[in-house]
Structure formats: structure tokens, C-alpha cells
Design a protein around this ligand. Structure first.
Ligand code: AMP
Length: 602
């Protein structure tokens, strides 16, 4: 099955003519990384020369790297807010890009509690498509025979809105699945999905998941690979099976489709293929009714060769659970991408998750790298040396060093800080390969939600107002992303100061505190709770008085400096978790869903 060798240069023998071209393209791009980057920058700067943004910095038509670097500032999303607002409100002049902004992509990164809006242009779809078209040729290099079966991929569209100026705003994958690039993709024997487009494109998440699971079960012997975008999504599908196998088996037995599937085109499409299959129904019942679900994936889909899910970054927390359900199948992390831009791909697909490195494709955008050192403050500037740090070009990064990714895109982001910290692990030809270290300022994450320290602090403050009538307050807190349950949930440990023990906060109050925290968290979190069901109810665990002092004693016993000790606002280290959990006096869960609607509040 797998050829367990890192992809050396040149890439190994291709599976077919189409693959040969794709692999050749990767070779060309990575060999000529420097000149490709120069060309990309010149293209972006010359086509956007007359935009308001570039004119403001008096680039005067220059397209060379030196002028670009000397005149354009390195920016964050917040710096671009005024321009983004104008575009969202209908200003169609060439503000950031000479090409018309076709839509906004809503990032899971937030600003002031709302998803960031990333402007994009039509042709970016082609660029994304190009990157997608490279994935299977690389995979075919490692796993043979993928044209002999299908992929069971759980893919979903999410809600979209129109901005006041009439532009669509939706997640990048929703944009892609709804595009003709995806919907009318030519038949490719190496890339056949069990899920029909009707199921993927159904906006109702239950109907979409139900029919995708049903089709996957019907085709169970043909399934050669199973996937979702993120590990959390695949686990949600397993959980869905746990909750719905009886109904699914009933549908297979009788050949009649669950009446909850009401979307007409989806119903029509599934009914056409669903025939009574009592044998399959019996098999599903037999496997799913067992208490032990270890290895369930390979039991139901015995020909699966690997799982195609991202398990790098925050998703690494799901590796043990995936291993449990899949009996240790290889985990392939194929690509590294964002709403701003698709960055690159993993050329060594069968490596261990901890060793995954992404090769940035130099044709996707112009890439720069801000050296990342622990003593840089949150602005990224090193005040110990006073000079602004020098950004490094793609081909000049050094192995072993960490950088923050900065991009200049065709859609008009210029020297934009993505917020990802990457470490260079090596090179493929002259293109560097990066290990994804983490996203900056993310404390808690279960699915695509990203909660930072300030958001958690505000949430705790808002919730603790409810303790006032009990004359109590939160003296210390920390948090943990609990992924033992599916879906996972946030746990916040509270140590309380209760002044009147006859009136200490009761369960009702603490439950309301849980909900108040959820109401304070950002819209991606609340969407996960309400619409996607990808995050479970927030939990407060009240710990005994003195617990946080014990936590400090523990840290100091392990070498922390007493003067510099700060309470960690998120914990995952097992001994610390054990200490905290052994001091819990009560646990309380959010009793309801927080407020969320697709509309933006700003
Ligand atoms: P979004 O803007 O919502 O599409 O999220 C993009 C972000 O997701 C990136 O900037 C990364 O922080 C994270 N991400 C995307 N791909 C990967 C990956 N392969 N491994 C780890 N994190 C990733």
C-alpha cells in the first residue's frame, strides 16, 4: 500500500498522465521559488498599481521588492477595517484590488467578536482549484489503487449573508462547494466521492450529514479513504452514527428514506439509489449496537487506507480519539490554507502527524516571514532592540527558526499578518517546508472556534456579575478544552470567594454563569454551539479554596520563578488537570444555547 519514503526530488513515478503534469508543476514551482515569488509580486503590484491602497503609499508603479518593502507597512486585519467596511457597504471603487471584489470569505478568526471578512476576487477560485488539483497526484504517489474505489468525505456548506452593499459573505469552503469548479467538476476516477453534490450542498446540517452517512454506508466496500476538513468534523460524523444508526439501518432495511429528509432535490437523489438491503442493515445494527466502538471505522469500511483530515495545530488534540476509532489508520494532512489565501501542501503524506510539514507553493501569493521570538511583544516588535524586525523572503528562511506568516495576495491584502506561527523544517527544492506551530493568541479551540485570553477574561467578568447577589466573586480561574466528549466543550475552573456561606451561589446561578460566558464569546463559538452542533455546553467547575495557590506551588516546585508566576489561563498538562479535577466541589453546565444568527452584529 503506502510507499513509506519522504517525497524526494524529483517526485516519484506518477500514476497517470494528469498526475505527471501536476507533479511536474510542483517541481517547477518549488525549484524556481525565488523567481516565481518575484513574478507574483510584480504581477500583484502592477495590476493593482492604481488602487487606492497602493497609491496611498506612493509606490508610483514600482513593482520591485525593495521599493515594496521600504514603502508598505506590515498590517493586521484591524488596520484594514475602514477599507473592508467601505467595500462591505457597497463602495466598488478599486480600493484594495483592481479586479472587482466578488465576495467576502468569512474567516474563523474574529475581530471584535465577529468573523473577519476577507475580500476575494473571482480568479482566486482558480488558484484554490489549482492547489486542490495537486492533492490527489501527491497522494497517488503514496497509496496505489485509489481509482478503484471512492472517498467518503463529510463536506458541508454553511450559512451565508449579504453585506449592506450586496456582497455575499460566507466561508471559503461554502464558496468553493457552491462554485461550478466543484459542482461541475469533470469525472476523475481518482477523486470520486460517495456523497452526491445534493447532500454536500444541502444547507440543513442534519439532512446533509444523514444522507452523506447513508451513502457512505451503502458504498461501504468501495470506500478507500474517509475524511472531513478537520479532525473534529470526522469525529462529529462518528458521533452522528452513534446517535442515528438505528434509523439509518431502518432506511437500508426497508429501502425508504427517513421522513426528516425533506429537501426535495436531496430526497429525489437519494431515493433513486436506496433499495432494500436487509443484509447491510443487519450488519450495521450488529456493529453499531456493540458497546465497544474501537476500530469502528475499519469494521464498517474495511478497505479504508487512510483518514484524510487535518490533525495539525489545534486539531492534534483529536489524534488519540481518531486512532481509537480507526484502529490506527494513517492520518493524512493534505493542505494548509486559510480564507485569506491557500498556502501549500504536504508532500510527505504518510508521515506521522507530529512530523507534518507544509510546502508553501510560491505561485499562490507573495510570502514574507516575520521572525518570531518569545521576547517579541504582541505587536511583533522587539522593543529590546527598537528596530522593527526585518521580514525574510520565502527562500531565505532558516531551518529550525520560527516565523509569523505575512502575505500579499492577488485580492489586495498587502503585507498582511495571518497570525500563524510556523517553524521551518527543511526544503523541497528551494521552497521551504513548515511545521505549523500554532495560531497566535488562541487559548481555547474545539472546532474552528478560536478564543483568546482577552475574550475569556471578558466572559468571566460578564458572568461573574451574576454572583453579586450572592455577595460572591471569582478570585481565580483557568480553562481547558475538553475533547473527551464529542462534541468537545470548554471547561472553566473557578475558585470563588463566598462572603456569606448561607447565601453561596446555587446551581441555577452557576448554570446561568455558564450561559452568560457563552453569550460573551465570539460568533464562531456561538455558531458552533447553535448551528453546527460542533461544541458542547460550557462547563464551570468550582474548585476548593486554595486550589490556585496549590497550582502555583506546583509550578514553583517545577522551577517557575515566584516573582514571575502568572496563573495559566488555559491548562492541558495532565498533572495539573489531575490536581484541578481532584479539587472540584461542583460542576455546572450551560442550560441553553447562546444567541446566534447568521447576521453580523457590526
Ligand atoms: P480560516 O481563515 O477560518 O479559513 O482559518 C485558517 C486558519 O486555520 C489558518 O490560518 C490556520 O491557523 C488554520 N489552519 C489551516 N490549515 C491548517 C493546517 N493544515 N494545520 C493547522 N492549522 C491550519
Amino acid at each position: 500500500m503506502a510507499v513509506d519514503s519522504p517525497l524526494s526530488s524529483p517526485l516519484g513515478p506518477p500514476a497517470c498522465e494528469k498526475d505527471a503534469k501536476a507533479l511536474q508543476f510542483i517541481e517547477e514551482m518549488t525549484r524556481n521559488a525565488e523567481s516565481v515569488q518575484q513574478r507574483v509580486l510584480a504581477e500583484i503590484l502592477s495590476r493593482n498599481a492604481q488602487t487606492e491602497y497602493l497609491t496611498r503609499f506612493q509606490l508610483n508603479g514600482a513593482t520591485d521588492r525593495e521599493t515594496f518593502k521600504s514603502k508598505l507597512p506590515v498590517i493586521t486585519y484591524e488596520d484594514l477595517q475602514p477599507e473592508i467596511h467601505r467595500i462591505a457597504n457597497g463602495d466598488r471603487s478599486a480600493i484594495l484590488s483592481a479586479h472587482p471584489i466578488s465576495e467576502f470569505l468569512t474567516s474563523s478568526g474574529t475581530s471584535a467578536g465577529e468573523r473577519k471578512l476577507m475580500p476575494t476576487i473571482k480568479e482566486e477560485l482558480d488558484r484554490r482549484q489549482l492547489l486542490y488539483s495537486l492533492l490527489m497526484p501527491v497522494m497517488n504517489h503514496y497509496v496505489a489503487g485509489l481509482d478503484k474505489g471512492k472517498g467518503l468525505y463529510f463536506l458541508f456548506v454553511k450559512s451565508e449573508i449579504r453585506t449592506p452593499g450586496g456582497l455575499l459573505a460566507r466561508p471559503v469552503l461554502t464558496s468553493y462547494y457552491k462554485s461550478d469548479h466543484f459542482k461541475t467538476r469533470p469525472y476523475d476516477p481518482y477523486n470520486v466521492y460517495t456523497s452526491p453534490n445534493e447532500a454536500i450542498l444541502c444547507p440543513d446540517s442534519f439532512q446533509s450529514m444523514y444522507t452523506q452517512m447513508l451513502c457512505g454506508l451503502l458504498d461501504r466496500h468501495q470506500v478507500l479513504r474517509l475524511g472531513a476538513v478537520f479532525a473534529s468534523g470526522l469525529l462529529r460524523a462518528i458521533r452522528f452514527l452513534q446517535l442515528n444508526w438505528r434509523q439509518l439501518a431502518h432506511d437500508m432495511e426497508t429501502g425508504s428514506l427517513n421522513s426528516k429528509i425533506t429537501d426535495p432535490s436531496l430526497r429525489e437523489c437519494i431515493v433513486k439509489t436506496l433499495k432494500p438491503n436487509p443484509e447491510l442493515a443487519q450488519f450495521v445494527r450488529h456493529e453499531c449496537s456493540k458497546d465497544d466502538w474501537e476500530g469502528i471505522i475499519v469494521r464498517i469500511w474495511p478497505n479504508t487506507k487512510y483518514l484524510d483530515v487535518i490533525v495539525t495545530g489545534a486539531m492534534a488534540q483529536y489524534i488519540p480519539t481518531l486512532d481509537y476509532y480507526s484502529g490506527g489508520l494513517p492520518l493524512a494532512c493534505t493542505m494548509y490554507a486559510s480564507s485569506e489565501c491557500y498556502f501549500g501542501l504536504n508532500l510527505n503524506l504518510m508521515c506521522k502527524p507530529s512530523e507534518v510539514s507544509y510546502t508553501i507553493m510560491p505561485n499562490m501569493a507573495y510570502f514574507e516571514f516575520l521572525p518570531h521570538k518569545p521576547n517579541l511583544d504582541s505587536t511583533g516588535f522587539d522593543f529590546t532592540h527598537e528596530l522593527p524586525p526585518k521580514l525574510v523572503d520565502l527562500v531565505d528562511v532558516e531551518v529550525g527558526k520560527e516565523y509569523e506568516l505575512v502575505i500579499t495576495t492577488y485580492a489586495g491584502l498587502c503585507r498582511y499578518r495571518v497570525g500563524d506561527i510556523l517553524r521551518v523544517t527543511g526544503f523541497h527544492n528551494s521552497a521551504p517546508q513548515f511545521h505549523f506551530i500554532r495560531r497566535k493568541n488562541v487559548l481555547l479551540s474545539i472546532d474552528s472556534d478560536k478564543t483568546d485570553e482577552a475574550e475569556l477574561q471578558t466572559a468571566v467578568e460578564n458572568a461573574s456579575h451574576l454572583l453579586r447577589e450572592h455577595n460572591a466573586s471569582v478570585v481565580e480561574y483557568t480553562s481547558h478544552a475538553d475533547t473527551k466528549t464529542i462534541p468537545g466543550h470548554y471547561v472553566v475552573y473557578w475558585e470563588l470567594l463566598v462572603k456569606d456561606s448561607t447565601n453561596s451561589p446555587d446551581n441555577d446561578t452557576l448554570e446561568q454563569c455558564c450561559l452568560a460566558m457563552e453569550e460573551s464569546l465570539n460568533s464562531v463559538y456561538r455558531q458552533g454551539r447553535v448551528a453546527d452542533n460542533s461544541i458542547g455546553p460550557l462547563e464551570i467547575r468550582v474548585v476548593k479554596n486554595g486550589t490556585f495557590e496549590e497550582l502555583m506551588d506546583y509550578a514553583i516546585s517545577r522551577g517557575a520563578s515566584i516573582n514571575q508566576y502568572k496563573v495559566p489561563r488555559c491548562v492541558s498538562f495532565t498533572p495539573i488537570m489531575e490536581l484541578l479535577d481532584s479539587r472540584v466541589v461542583s460542576a455546572h453546565f450551560s442550560p441553553a444555547l447562546p444567541h446566534w444568527s447568521p447576521e453580523r452584529s457590526q
